[in-house]
Write a protein that binds this ligand. Structure first.
Ligand code: WQD
Length: 336
């Protein structure tokens, strides 16, 4: 029996593959390299010393997805594949709905056809919209404030309704906060194609000189230092949460949602100052205008995941900043 990891060459997917293999799981990986590359697959093998089947396939290609299920005994699916850039989703809603929803429908249709009933979904804290209060709990109201968030919420709702229609399904919905960092080996990390939108890849681009300007998006928020507060979580901690989720899926039915965050909120300036300190780099950032749609502060209450998954984030902000830079430095060297 194997676990199918869709989007397994991606940032969170590749780190999850490492932790699954380290936990003794058998995996099959599928990715179309839209926002990833084959180097991640080599990194997974080098880190773990283990091999796995890989299919370069697009989840929109039903025949390709069906072939993976027909050729492998898939026990469970961890579904990362999807577009995830919020501003891009605002400009291209149809592209986001079409890809993220039709692709997920194909995966779930094949699971149903082949009797695979365990589904771990890469959801997002974005399904909370702009929360009224913090820390954010799983029973908070759900809403979408952008097309990317809408696709995550629609898929969560589908999972809940499938689980209500048949008790054979075990759907674990993992709501990520702000994943950053990289595996300590530096062999895998955040290596997006195209221009990044998230803070840490932008910081790394500034640190390598790939980017001229690093602007803090507003310092007039009602927060301790005026900059936005987020729950940054080390990607390795996040990956370990997926190993725990698979174990939960094997012993439960229904649709269960969990926050994967640290429960700590850090401001943009705290991120920049910590990055500069641990890596001995002067980023030379400026203070700019607010970014439309940003919440002042959002961070998780992670106690339900600790209680029901036996999972808790352990890595520090210093480790997140050190590991992120270590990976980027090594990748820049390789690409020279
Ligand atoms: C973090 C903070 C920015 C860039 C998004 C998605 C969310 C999830 C994580 C997928 C904010 C500030 C940023 C810059 C800045 N993705 N910032 N200067 O917006 O919290 O969440 O990514 O699941 O769904 O919404 O993350 O990294 O974009 O921004 O000051 O050049 O950094 O304003 O306060 P965000 P982010």
């Amino acid at each position: 029996m194997a676990i199918l990891v869709t989007g397994g060459a991606g940032f969170i997917g590749s780190h999850t593959c490492v932790e699954l293999l380290n936990a003794g799981e058998e995996i099959v990986v599928m990715d179309n390299f839209y926002n990833s590359n084959a180097k991640a697959l080599d990194g997974i093998k080098e880190i773990t010393g283990k091999n796995f089947k890989f299919y370069e396939a697009d989840m929109l290609d039903m025949a390709a997805v069906d072939e993976i299920f027909a050729e492998n005994d898939i026990e469970a699916v961890i579904h990362f594949a999807g577009y995830k850039c919020v501003p891009e989703s605002v400009k291209k809603p149809l592209m986001y709905y079409s890809n993220n929803l039709r692709g997920t429908f194909n995966i779930l249709e094949c699971m149903k056809k082949y009797g695979c009933t365990k589904f771990v979904f890469s959801s997002s804290a974005t399904v909370y919209g702009i929360p009224e209060t913090v820390p954010v709990k799983e029973d908070f109201p759900l809403s979408a404030i952008n097309p990317y968030g809408s696709t995550k919420l629609i898929i969560e709702n589908l999972c809940r309704e499938m689980a209500a229609a048949s008790d054979k399904w075990s759907m674990i919905l993992l709501r990520y906060f702000n994943p950053v960092g990289a595996h300590e080996s530096g062999k895998i990390g955040e290596d997006p194609n195209g221009i990044p939108n998230n803070l840490m890849p932008i910081v790394l681009d500034k640190a390598t000189g790939k980017r001229e300007v690093l602007s803090v998006a507003g310092n007039d928020y009602p927060t301790p230092d005026g900059t936005c507060v987020r729950d940054y979580i080390h990607v390795v901690d996040l990956a370990k949460g997926h190993v725990a989720a698979i174990k939960k899926a094997r012993s439960s039915n229904g649709a269960l949602a969990y926050n994967l965050g640290t429960g700590n909120g850090y401001s943009v300036l705290e991120i920049l100052d910590t990055f500069q300190r641990v890596n001995n780099i002067d980023l030379g950032y400026t203070i700019g205008e607010r970014r439309p749609g940003d919440a002042a502060a959002t961070y998780a209450d992670p106690t339900l995941a600790e209680k029901e998954l036996g999972w808790k984030a352990e890595k520090t902000l210093e480790e997140m900043c050190r590991d992120a830079w270590n990976f980027r430095k090594l990748r820049e060297e390789e690409n020279k």
